[in-house]
Design a protein around this ligand. Structure first.
Ligand code: GLA
Length: 801
């Protein structure tokens, strides 16, 4: 609920409060954002107001009338340069007279209900019952500028989002140098700033940094959100854990260059800003025109990171993701990429698809390599016609045959790109982002189409519409495989080149919007060399994104866990792949690959035709099991427990001899009504002679009794090496033919977990699972638990009559 009490604004969600007031000088003083407060009237807020009597030394006073304070020492809702505040500004403008001093003061406010996305930018949406909005109008009359600050309050989600719009009401053009989406000032700076940095195949590495002095910046200049620095960031109080302590999460609904900074000023106050990256950004706003900043999303939680993540997950599922697939269960897919890379043909694909059908896959996806003369990554992007040698019956011929097998059919495209070796580049050499007459810095042998141009957007919309309607296509993986260099558009004059990156993103959104509206039934999956463009902007159009090209289960466990801080795992697609893994050459158990992947939007990406029979059989069982638990895994509430990250935090993650800190990863996903749950316990490395482990589920109903059980697995005796001789009556030479034959006939039984206990016992006492193999004996009461092993546990609540 949004209230205005005299000069005070109070924004309440079910469990949080955000408030600010208009200062006597007209700026907006931020008062509070945190757990819900009892506020009836203006008087109740007096403790929140900073008391200023004499201004601090060596600061500039805002004006003669207000000698008590300087804007440098105030908590503000938005800030600019030139009138005393010298911190990260919210807005920066070069005025028509060349100065960059601006001074926005309060004019009026308006409260309305309901929300839709902006005209050109994606955003959250909600009905009149779900969201209220506050628009604060500010003006700088001297420079004939105006600014609107928007606050969108989603009470039942405990989410507040913000945005801003800049207007030029003057007679001459001005240069907008930055417009943030969110500014949040805090009293103190006793917080850690958490970012998720990384690289290709190494997305989402969590770093917690204390904000002591100066500035910490998390930004991208790749033209995309980037795997180098995701735009989701967090702030937390010291010692905040998964289940206790105060924290904040911040998202930007944007898919281009972004900027998040946490700055501490000379008076110990901290400011957080998020918005479009101002680096090399400049936007000419002509008279009577405006500039809309993307929306930024804030979540506050007082009960730790799990609560914050769950608030965001709920919000993203209800008010960001939309369309046919918003709540529909996602199909289990097989993707051809790691099975055959570019070396595809109808014959090979059909062979793979038959195997896929055999194990229970529902959707077959043909990845890269199907169009133009595409034999490797050096040509044909832009020429979206099936290669007649590889697919003699075209897309339609193949899709009909795949459909005939009882599978849905999906394809890969990369619409934003062109290879120089392509018909499209020959026809339109000026359609790319490159500087005419200057050498270009190449990335993956391809160039980026200038999506800021209307005719390029139209080409993408039409060429993709042609592809999507040419066959029975129910899934599209939309890839984007290079980062920007040589920013330049031949469609813009020199003084507007600072607009190229943003105009590209707007153009991309128009293409995505048009195509998802034209093809509402298609399940679209975003991708950018893995997770190079993973953000809420993409999720407003595509309900899932390929999280990383790294399919190694150990890396993936960490990548998925770190995505889960800001994103629901149903938005992160995750596949089981072959071993040794193609990115790391690591071997991890097939069960672990399955168990890690099944917490995301689940699929396989391996050559089923070449796998061992027992592996295909195992996959068949995995798929059948997944189908049974799909709803809980895709739509349930996700809880993090112990984590590999704990080792990094305790500084004890190094030793493999005795450290359990950081060695276990523990996840639980609980159905909406709390009666069903799936848990995972995963281990990094074996700790010798450490048999006892406990799995602590979370989110169960304390007073409901659950049936707790595991899967009955059997283990190949080859996994025990020559230890087989400790039970064999005759000597078996390791890897000999006898060993081989025996391994086909004899399997070792895995352990059984089978309890009936109340939710509170399971959660608070923990489930003491069967002892792990500790070098002193193995039988069916012992957990086969080598490096990178994991277990799934199932909890079925006994519904009370
Ligand atoms: C990117 C994607 C991969 C695959 C290839 C195809 O790297 O992330 O999943 O689709 O492109 O070229």
């Amino acid at each position: 609920m949004i209230r205005k009490e005299k000069d005070y604004f109070i924004l309440d969600t079910d469990h949080t409060t955000y408030c600010f007031r208009v200062l006597p000088t007209g700026q907006l003083e931020h008062l509070y954002y945190g757990r819900k407060l009892h506020i009836e009237d203006e008087a109740d807020m007096q403790p929140l107001v900073e008391k200023h009597v004499f201004a601090p030394g060596n600061v500039n006073l805002y004006n003669e009338e207000q000698k008590a304070y300087s804007l440098e020492d105030m908590r503000l809702e938005m800030s600019s340069y030139g009138k005393g505040d010298i911190r990260e500004p919210f807005v920066e403008v070069v005025n028509a007279n060349g100065s960059n001093t601006i001074d926005f003061v309060y004019k009026e406010a308006e409260i309305t209900k309901g929300k839709e996305a902006f005209a050109e930018l994606p955003g959250s949406y909600g009905s009149e019952e779900e969201v209220e909005q506050l628009c604060i109008r500010l003006a700088d009359e001297g420079n004939e500028l105006a600014l609107e600050l928007y606050y969108y309050v989603y009470p039942s989600c405990d989410i507040i989002s913000r945005s801003a719009k800049f207007y030029n009401n003057g007679k001459k053009a001005v240069q907008l140098k930055r417009l943030m989406s969110l500014q949040l000032d805090f009293d103190g700076h006793d917080y850690a700033f958490t970012t998720f940095h990384g690289a290709w195949a190494r997305e989402m590495k969590r770093s917690d940094m204390p904000v002591i002095a100066g500035k910490l910046v998390n930004a991208s200049y790749t033209g995309t959100t980037s795997s180098r620095a995701n735009s989701f960031v967090m702030l937390s109080r010291p010692k905040t854990t998964e289940d206790a302590g105060e924290c904040f999460g911040f998202h930007l609904i944007y898919s281009g260059n972004h900027y998040e900074a946490a700055e501490v000023n000379s008076f110990g106050k901290m400011r957080l800003v998020t918005g479009i990256n101002p680096q090399a950004f400049s936007y000419e706003v002509v008279p009577e025109e405006s500039f809309q900043a993307p929306e930024a999303v804030m979540a506050y939680a007082e009960k730790g990171f799990n609560q914050m993540s769950q608030r965001l997950h709920h919000f993203i599922r209800e008010h960001i993701i939309r369309g046919t697939w918003q709540k529909k269960e996602r199909p289990i897919l097989l993707n051809s990429w790691e099975a055959s890379y570019f070396d595809i043909s109808e014959k090979k694909l059909l062979k793979l698809a038959k195997e896929a059908k055999e194990v229970g896959i529902e959707l077959f996806v043909m990845d890269d390599g199907w169009f133009g003369e595409r034999m490797d990554d050096s040509s044909s992007l832009g020429d979206w016609e099936a290669n007649a040698k590889k697919l003699p019956g075209g897309l339609k011929g193949l899709s009909d045959k795949i459909r005939g097998l009882g599978l849905q059919f999906g394809i890969w495209v990369e619409p934003e790109m062109v290879n120089v070796k392509s018909k499209l580049y020959v026809a339109h050499p000026d359609w790319t982002i490159e500087i005419p007459g200057q050498p270009h810095s190449e990335g993956r042998n391809q160039r980026i189409l200038d999506l800021g141009r209307r005719e390029v957007q139209d080409y993408i919309i039409e060429s993709m519409s042609k592809v999507f309607s040419s066959a029975d296509i129910s899934y599209v993986k939309w890839d984007m495989n290079r980062t920007f260099s040589d920013y330049y558009s031949t469609a813009l004059p020199p003084e507007r080149q600072g607009e190229v990156a943003h105009r590209y993103v707007l153009g991309l959104y128009r293409c995505m919007k048009e195509l998802t509206e034209r093809f509402p039934e298609i399940l679209f999956e975003g991708c950018a060399a893995g997770g190079n463009r993973f953000d809420l902007g993409i999720l407003c159009y595509f309900p899932q994104i390929w999280g990383s090209d790294d399919t190694d289960a150990l890396c993936r466990a960490e990548i998925e866990e770190n995505y889960s801080y800001g994103y629901p795992l149903s938005a992160v697609s995750a596949h089981v792949s072959a071993c040794p893994n193609h990115q790391t050459l690591r071997n991890t158990p097939l069960e672990t690959r399955f168990q890690v992947a099944c917490f995301g939007s689940f699929g396989y990406e391996c050559n089923l035709c070449d796998m061992k029979k027992e592996e295909n059989e195992a996959m068949k069982e995995q798929i059948a099991l997944y189908k049974k638990w799909r709803k809980v895994l895709q739509q349930g509430t996700f809880y993090r427990g112990r984590s590999f990250y704990d080792g990094a935090q305790s500084g004890m993650g190094g030793s493999v001899l005795a450290d359990e800190a950081g060695n276990q990863m523990e996840w639980t996903c609980v159905s909406e009504d709390g009666t069903k749950a799936v848990g995972m316990l995963m281990q990094k490395l074996v700790v010798p002679n450490m048999q006892q482990q406990t799995y602590y589920p979370k989110g169960l109903l304390p007073d409901v009794r659950y049936h707790f059980y595991n899967r009955k697995l059997k283990y190949n005796i080859k996994e025990f090496g020559d230890l087989v001789n400790t039970v064999s009556p005759v000597h078996i030479k390791q890897d000999s033919l006898t060993h081989q034959v025996l391994s086909k006939l004899v399997k070792m039984d895995g352990e059984t977990e089978d309890f009936h206990a109340y939710g509170d016992t399971l959660m608070y006492g923990g489930v003491h699972v069967s002892p792990a193999f500790g070098g002193t004996g193995y039988n069916d009461k012992v957990r086969h638990y080598p490096d990178f092993a994991s277990r799934l546990y199932f909890m079925d609540g006994e519904v009370k009559k």
